[in-house]
Ligand binder design. Sequence first.
Ligand code: NZQ
Ligand code: ZN
Length: 385
Amino acid sequence: MNNFEYKNPVKIIFGKGTIPSVGKELPESARILMTYGGGSIKKNGVYNQVKEALKNFELFEFGGIEPNPHYETCMKAIELIKKENITYLLSVGGGSVLDATKFIAAGALYGGDPWDFLSQRYIVNVEKALPIGAVLTLPATGSEMNGNAVITKAATREKMAFGSPLVMPQFSILDPECIFTLPDRQVANGVVDAFVHVLEQYLTYPVNSPIQDRFAESILTTLIEEGPKVLANRNDYDAAANFMWSATMALNGLIATGVPQDWATHMIGHELTAFHGIDHARTLAIVLPGIMNIKRENKKEKILQFGQRIWGISSGTDEERINRAIEKTVQFFESLGVPTTLSGYEVPEETIGKISARFKERKSKLGEKEDIDYKQVADILKDRL
Ligand code: NZQ
Ligand code: ZN
């Protein structure tokens, strides 16, 4: 096992009827800005629950944050924060609202253009940020218990990530009943996103980490069992609760401790969203099987372990087992209604050249061994035509 440091200070408040407790988590003197998306929270009663719980607080609102949140939108929120002397941010929504809120929290206290956090990641670091709390309405990203955020600059069609422990929420409220109003597409996206998060931290190479491997496998198995139950019956509270906690556990840093991590699927997937607006999770469903196929040598031992422990594949040559593990993964995504090829989303072949050119320009080396260059990015995408 590799050396690691691990600290996760996010307080999780989980369960039915927990949203009204938001008032107890916020300082009485806070000037709060509640951030939200396109209006789902007004339809499902979450907005009213939060407003009621915070009726004695100084509460301002900023709505209209779009999925794959835009830098341009966040900058408007930063203006409002400065004008109203906001001291606390409360994100009410899915991963997009929360990611935007993280960017806003850091950007509001930064002297320069906050896009620097993304364009010069690891060079320009967040040094301070406003405190954040979250009411999560969509299990998928794990943003509720991590310090990452992904923001899109609409003007240049760039989608990039940044991270800092300073933008981890102070608390996140997870009421699984929020899932009851999710459309099928968002449930399927959430299952696929969480599943791929686990694989980005698992399908690498062995470092003798049986505890992390089994944590990861337990999340995968739970998603395979519970995801279809949530899709079939949106009011199944137990399935919703198990799904929600799985998605949080998939990306709160725990299963990444002491093991190599890949993230090439995400990096390539972000470009598909940037160019074609494809939902985040759907881009992962396209790219992951390509990575498993093209990087089958690098990942051999872990793909075999995944095949055996998750899909029960225990016979055949190594090549046959790897093929079968890829097939089973594709079948799982497709069974949730998520297409797994570029043609399934009408992405033209010329996009592959455009994406590859971006990685060439950035001199990117992706993957756990940093050996995926722009040419291999093109191979991976060609594998998914
Ligand atoms: O905007 P509203 O009206 O709220 O509607 C949203 C949105 O249209 C809707 N929704 C959310 N909760 C709902 C609901 N509809 C009905 N009932 C509810 N309870 O769902 C739509 C999608 O929401 P969004 O927040 O965009 O989805 P998700 O949580 O999947 O977030 C995706 C974003 O997170 C980033 C992705 O790149 C993408 O931009 N990621 C963030 C990560 C992180 N911070 O660690 C990691 C991930 O890998 C991912 O990259
Ligand atoms: Zn993701």
